[in-house]
Ligand binder design. Structure first.
Ligand code: HEC
Length: 139
């Protein structure tokens, strides 16, 4: 009987330390990860845009005007902004890299985005940059 109890104790200890390890790994991953290897539109980019941009850049009637008539709230609209070369100079605060098409097409001034607030956080910025450079996929 004693032996069985010892074996059970041993197994319980193993299970405990195993789950302990798994838990530790998860914790480290969630603190340190800024994964730019294959950035997802739906999981990563859309939430960044929703948090920082669509209050002004949405086709929603109330906010459309406050974004100069530029919508970014759907995949198609964000993709077309990325493809025209407007998105990255704007969020990277490199307006000298905005193509001339921007002013001629919109007649609007160019400003760093998000308008009137600090630059996006480094991780958000790296992820959006990577997503565009990976082809702005609908993934
Ligand atoms: C407070 C409102 C507001 C917010 C928030 C905002 N924008 Fe804008 N955005 C504008 C306005 C207004 C314009 C039209 C040009 C101007 O007046 O500067 C504009 C223009 C742009 C342009 C055209 C090029 C340029 O830089 O002027 C891009 C691209 C853009 N915004 C992307 C974004 C992105 C991406 C975000 C979020 C990270 C964002 N904007 C957040 C109001 C906003």
């Amino acid at each position: 009987m004693k032996k069985i109890a010892l074996i059970l104790l041993f197994i319980a200890g193993c299970v405990y330390s195993f789950t302990g390890c798994v838990y530790d790994k998860k914790e480290v991953a969630s603190v340190n990860t800024c994964d730019t290897t294959s950035v997802s539109y739906s999981l990563t980019v859309a939430p960044v845009i929703a948090t920082n941009c669509t209050s002004c850049h949405s086709t929603n009637a109330a906010s459309f005007g406050s974004g100069g008539g530029i919508a970014l709230d759907t995949y198609a609209s964000l993709k077309s902004c990325a493809d025209s070369g407007w998105l990255l100079p704007s969020i990277n605060w490199q307006l000298n890299l905005l193509p001339a098409s921007y002013n001629t097409m919109t007649g609007l001034p160019a400003d760093n985005m998000p308008l009137g607030t600090p630059k996006l956080g480094t991780c958000d910025l790296n992820e959006v940059n990577a997503w565009v450079n990976q082809g702005a996929k609908n993934n």
